[in-house]
Design a binder for this molecule. Structure first.
Ligand SMILES: Cc1ncc(COP(=O)(O)O)c(C=O)c1O
Length: 435
């Protein structure tokens, strides 16, 4: 799925998302505008929750809120039965403020501060995924006087090479995340965790990377983790309750590009767990899946207004829009590819152009060499699959105003984040006299 469900063209040839035309949306809320389709969000959340539940007793899914941390959407996803994973005190704060129950929250990250750990413990969240020995030492101090042990997972690195961009591959040999399984580090971490009376080791977590299409990598990870869990069971007599294979399920960014079948992925992972546990003669733990991109990516569309163009004879043509790397850094950061459609009219003719952003970097190009009808100033361009990792990574580079976000449903658009104003740009500045 590339576009939100039921995206179509109206009689005038304008794109319609969630029952509202892109023309109306842009007029009412301005551009750049991020548009989320409520039905698509709910549908994908439901598919995910059901597929995870089928993974065995106690299995479930949590949404990786780093993919999209908008309070209304977190609340909507929690209402659909998803837990929430956070990676910072900020994400924890927003999840709690969004009404997400602490008992549904897992805290990740490779360098949690004392304050963040304290906040997570005080909130009574479900699980802290511990990444390193430093965090175990901090938890030892922080939990010493607590009446109830704080539940943790240990993040392990199974050392599996996944086929994705280097910057979003996290479970390979050379990674900052997690205790390596292959060199004894993970075993040392288990022994250390078991010494700490204030924590309770519930299980193991890994996350192999993002935008993955190879479910065998997840199956292999499960096999390796179960083999390790079984070894730890023999050595320490511990029963593992949870194995979390993380997220990473890939989505379609371009016409004709398939998305990962999340039901198949979760089913295959559950089968791998059953097989591996049977082989190890070990009780089967619950699975906790952590998709982010798959749930929200295809539900979001970015709308831009077309402005200037530069035609360089014999080289290429650049068409600039009123957004770019400040609202979507992904193409600049890791060569992410997107497609787009002219959204306000059907359009005629075709030309190959670069869709450039408006910021002062040559690398600020949203889409390279795309075939589109000839674009005119004032046209609207719609970029699909913009629901994940755009808004959360947005910046104020060039003092860009962060875009507005709306949720559309059955012909109604609701503003869920207002566009920044010039005044917002000064809210953090301290202007002392006489410096
Ligand atoms: C620990 C963890 N879980 C889940 C995810 C979600 O990944 P994705 O959005 O690709 O599903 C990430 C992403 O980096 C992650 O680091």
């Amino acid at each position: 799925m590339l576009w939100p469900e039921e995206t179509h063209r109206n009689a005038a040839g304008a794109l319609v998302i969630g029952g509202i035309s892109a023309v109306e949306l842009a007029e009412e809320f301005g551009t750049p505008l991020y548009v989320f389709d409520g039905a698509t969000l709910r549908h994908r959340a439901r598919i995910t929750v059901a597929a995870a539940l089928a993974g065995g007793p106690g299995s479930r899914a949590v949404f990786a809120s780093k993919a999209l941390e908008l309070p209304v959407i977190l609340a909507l996803l929690a209402e659909e039965g998803l837990g929430i994973d956070v990676v910072s005190g900020g994400e924890l704060f927003v999840a709690l403020k969004s009404g997400v129950d602490a008992s549904l929250i897992t805290f990740h990250g490779n360098n949690k501060s004392v304050q963040e750990l304290r906040e997570a413990i005080d909130a009574g969240i479900e699980l802290i995924a511990v990444d390193n020995l430093h965090e175990l030492d901090l938890l030892d101090e922080l939990t010493a006087a607590r009446p109830n042990p704080v539940p943790i997972l240990l993040r392990v690195n199974p050392g599996i090479d996944v086929h994705t961009h280097d910057k979003i591959a996290t479970g390979v040999l050379d990674s900052k995340f997690g205790f390596p399984l292959w060199n004894g580090d993970a075993a040392v971490a288990v022994a250390r965790a078991l010494e700490i009376g204030g924590i309770a080791l519930r299980g193991f977590h890994c996350h192999l990377g993002s935008q993955l299409f190879d479910q065998y990598a997840a199956e292999l990870a499960i096999e390796k983790i179960v083999a390790f869990a079984s070894e730890m069971r023999r050595e320490h007599g511990i029963e593992v309750e949870i194995i979390s294979p993380g997220g990473g399920m890939g989505i379609s960014y371009l016409e004709g590009m398939p998305e990962m079948d999340i039901v198949e992925w979760m089913g295959a992972t559950a089968d791998a767990l059953e097989r591996s546990c049977a082989r190890a003669r070990m009780p089967q733990p619950s699975l906790v899946f952590e998709p982010g991109r798959w749930i929200v990516g295809p539900a979001g569309v970015a709308l831009y207004r077309v402005g200037s163009r530069r035609d360089i004879d014999g080289v290429r043509s650049y068409v600039s829009v009123d957004g770019g790397m400040a609202d979507n850094i992904r193409p600049t950061l890791y060569d992410a590819t997107y497609t787009a459609e002219l959204a306000n009219r059907p359009g005629a003719g075709a030309e190959t152009v670069m869709i450039a952003g408006k910021y002062c970097e040559s690398g600020d190009v949203l889409i390279r060499d795309i075939d589109l009808p000839r674009l005119e100033p004032g046209d609207l361009l719609a970029v699909p699959a913009a629901g994940a990792y755009c808004i959360p990574m947005a910046s104020n580079y060039n003092l860009a105003l962060k875009p507005a976000v709306v949720i559309v449903s059955e012909g109604k658009a609701t503003l869920i984040r207002r566009r920044e104003t010039y005044a917002d740009l000064l809210t953090l500045d301290v202007l002392p006299a006489g410096v």
